[in-house]
Design a protein around this ligand. Structure first.
Ligand code: IMP
Length: 432
């Protein structure tokens, strides 16, 4: 095994950070392949909590090369702040490598993200307003500035001038916002280049060389399957491909380099931002939704927004297994379900008298779909001390086995608490 992809099987925030951190010790390279600082990985490491937004969690280990791949979009100011914070905490960042082909998030991207959301009003996507969508928009329209442009002042200014001719018109005429001068942005961004330059690399080459040398590479996904621009609940999605295929394009490796795909899913489900959510539990004092929200501490790492909570949706996870080629499921936050009298799992949807066992392709149906639940008995025991599957209460084991049957893949890792050791490694062989 050399290439392992880790993806979110739901709408993001599945607890991928903890799992990456857990298996990272076996890795030589950890590479992010999409997204930007819209992501938020919370990692509890040696009793300290770290919130990483852009830098791969491999940075926590001195033997790992953390890499930001070409499929990512980078806000250089945020990147430098994150490096500074890690250094202040005593973590070295000199090994970090950044793709020369990754795109830059520019100040006008952030402005346009916010302005476009305000204009959408009630129809807003609920983006993180970090400029992610507009940066990918410019990448697709071939108007983006890339990390390598920071290394050539003349090119940087020329591309920026071309971009501003359009961006200023939109900012001023469409949104009534002030525009930018080439000088103001060039001064700021070229100022960052000195700091970033030592980290810029041909990361596709780096990762392929590592794979050829039989090193272990973890491709770390951000967000989740249903936020994928192609396979998610469009338009309420992010602007990149967080699904496993994105690991190939976002790093520059072939599909045969991927040996195992871990799909991370919470034992229930959450969503931030707008969009359909069949198993959502509306806020109800003392109800199951409130239990999941408060016991699970469901607030966004990046925006601090309260997450919408609902029961586990097996239709979604089965879909994620298919779209990503998931070989193993990782179920996180199982401990959050403790103390509930019963737990529900959505096994299919109903709409206008039809039963849907698979995710309906038509979004109107998905918006209106009602969940069909199976109700299982809960467990009252505290499971945070369990370290093997056998130690779990009977009903918790039955719950996991039920999810396995529905998803048709094994649940190989189970998280029963936020700490690294609060994990049940059922099928994960340490590197020999
Ligand atoms: P954007 O990625 O900021 O453009 O936001 C698009 C959608 O993706 C919104 O619904 C966001 O709430 C959601 N989103 C983006 N990043 C994350 C994440 O890391 N976790 C969960 N939702 C996310």
């Amino acid at each position: 095994m050399a290439g392992i992809v880790l993806v979110g099987a739901q709408w993001g925030d599945e607890g991928k950070g903890k799992i990456t951190d857990l298996i990272a010790y076996d890795m030589d390279v950890v590479v992010r392949f999409q997204g930007g600082n819209n992501a938020g990985h919370t990692i509890v490491h040696s009793g300290k909590t770290y919130a990483l937004h852009l830098i791969p969690s491999g940075v926590m280990y001195p033997h790992i090369t953390p890499v930001i791949g070409n499929g990512c979009v980078i806000d250089p100011k945020v990147l430098i702040e994150e490096m500074d914070r890690l250094q202040a905490d005593g973590l070295a960042t000199h090994r970090l490598r950044i793709s020369c082909n990754a795109h830059l998030i520019m100040p006008y991207h952030r402005d346009l993200d916010g302005a476009s959301e305000r204009r959408l009003g009630k129809l807003e996507i609920g983006t993180t307003r970090r400029g992610i969508g507009p940066a990918y928009q410019d990448k697709a329209s071939r108007m983006g500035l890339r990390v390598q442009d920071l290394q050539d002042e003349r090119i940087f200014r020329r591309k920026l001038e071309a971009a501003l001719a359009e961006k200023n018109a939109i900012l001023e005429k469409v949104y009534g916002l002030p525009g930018y001068t080439v000088e103001s942005i060039a001064e700021e961004y070229l100022g960052y280049s000195e700091r970033i330059e030592p980290h810029i690399a041909d990361t596709a080459q780096l990762v392929n060389t590592a794979l050829r040398a039989d090193q272990w590479v973890l491709f770390e996904g951000a967000q989740g399957t249903l936020l994928d621009i192609d396979h998610g609940t469009y338009p309420f999605v992010t602007s990149s491909n967080p699904t496993a295929g994105g690991a190939c394009t976002g790093v520059g490796v072939g599909p045969k380099s991927i040996d195992r795909v871990l799909g991370v899913a919470k034992a229930y489900i959450t969503r931030v931002g707008s969009g359909p959510f069949p198993t959502e539990l509306e806020d109800c004092p003392g109800g199951a939704g409130e239990h999941l929200q408060s016991v699970g501490g469901e607030f966004g790492t990046t925006t601090g927004r309260k997450r919408r909570c609902g029961w586990f949706d097996a239709v979604i996870v089965r879909y994620a297994v298919q779209v990503n080629g998931i070989t193993d499921l990782v179920v996180t936050k199982l401990d959050v379900l403790s103390k509930l009298e019963t737990v529900k799992v959505c096994v299919a949807y109903r709409h206008e008298g039809h039963r849907y066992n698979e995710l309906p392709c038509h979004q109107t149906i998905f918006h209106k779909a009602r969940p069909i639940y199976e109700e299982l008995p809960g467990w009252q025991e505290d499971i945070t001390g369990c370290r093997t599957f056998e130690e779990l209460p009977k009903n918790a084991k039955a719950y996991i086995e039920f999810l396995e049957d529905l998803a048709e893949v094994p649940v190989s890792i189970i998280a029963v608490g936020p700490e690294r050791e609060q994990t049940i490694m059922r099928r994960w062989e340490r590197r020999p």
